[in-house]
Design a protein. Sequence first.
Length: 117
Amino acid sequence: QVQLVESGGGLVQAGGSLRLSCAASGRAFSSYRMGWFRQAPGKEREVVASIRWSDSITAYADSVKGRFTISRDVAKNAVYLQMNSLKPEDTGVYYCAAGSAVTFNYWGQGTQVTVSS
């Protein structure tokens, strides 16, 4: 069984920063990759960033490049998302996910991020 638990969301003013954490248990640490997704009200869930577990190769959505950084801690089975220069359009529920090269199989419960203007 795989469990992913996110933390670190909250309310921040535009231009501020937040750091999201995702604690993985079970077999998640052996997943091919992990990622962060977000879903804004009335919009579809979208990928924000992903990281390959074996070598930390990362990928980012164009909308967050240069502002967000995904990282992982193998010893702690954890993934992080450092979010800087936040904008109101970054508001949404952020989800941690783990899976293969093809799809994300496991999901956390989500954490709310609200950026005020």
